[in-house]
Design a protein around this ligand. Structure first.
Ligand code: DX5
Ligand code: ZN
Length: 213
């Protein structure tokens, strides 16, 4: 599977959202990753659907929405119109199969996200119900944290499970991704690289995206 680079706008300059999104689009972003946080599921509030909609007006790239919110069922419909994919957390207070099915019924890609403490076995009941598996490689909530090396075996196990089950979901890694950790994740089987700080704080974003890929 071709590796995709998805810059996370959590790390952009919010005062210049449109220019930032347009800039990483020109720099070669495959997807634009949008980290929605509610202050309950994680200890931070980022932005909501109006911000995601505003970002969508400055790019032709697919928007990959990551809902770090306690109640994805309640807010899902606000993101579906502009999203290409929506990732919900296994740990959220939601009917996971039903929420994933709603995303697919809307014609979008359904993503299941796993916090670091959730073991890979916990996805087994949901195999075939998602198109993307998002493995958090930091504790969710904040950008700029160091990559958790302990997540590498989990990425490998996810890739093995995918192969063994003859499935074709993409494996996304999210948190602490830079050129060194991207290589480790890629070798372990990941094929979507979410990168906030490393792309937005880079002096040459096009070179950074190319190097990550
Ligand atoms: C963390 C978010 C990540 C984060 C990535 O809660 O889900 O997408 O913004 O940012 P960096 O690349 O800075 O770790
Ligand atoms: Zn994210």
């Amino acid at each position: 599977m071709k590796v995709l680079v998805a810059p996370s706008i959590l790390a952009c300059n919010f005062a210049r959202l449109g220019d930032e999104v347009a800039d990483v689009t020109r720099a070669g972003a495959d997807w634009i990753h949008c980290d929605v946080m509610d202050g309950h599921f994680v200890d931070n509030i980022s932005f909501g659907s109006a911000f995601v909609e505003a970002a969508s007006r400055h790019t032709d790239r697919p928007l990959d929405v990551h809902l770090m919110i306690t109640n994805p069922d309640r807010y899902l419909d606000r993101y579906l119109p502009v999203a290409h994919s929506v990732n919900i957390h296994l740990e959220a207070e939601a009917d996971v199969p039903e929420t994933l099915a709603r995303i697919r019924t809307a014609g979008k890609k359904a993503g299941l996200a796993l916090n670091p403490h959730s073991p890979i076995d916990s996805i087994e009941p949901y195999l075939k119900q998602f198109d993307l598996l998002l493995i958090m490689t930091v504790e969710p909530g904040f950008g700029g944290q160091p990559f958790l090396e302990d997540m590498l075996p989990k990425i490998r196990a996810a890739a093995e499970l995918r192969k063994k089950s003859h499935l074709d979901f993409r494996i996304t890694v999210d948190g602490g991704i830079n050129i060194a950790t991207a290589r480790q994740c890629r070798e372990a089987g990941a094929d979507v690289l979410v990168a906030g700080t490393s792309v937005f704080r880079s002096k040459d974003r096009a070179a950074e995206i190319a190097a990550l890929r």
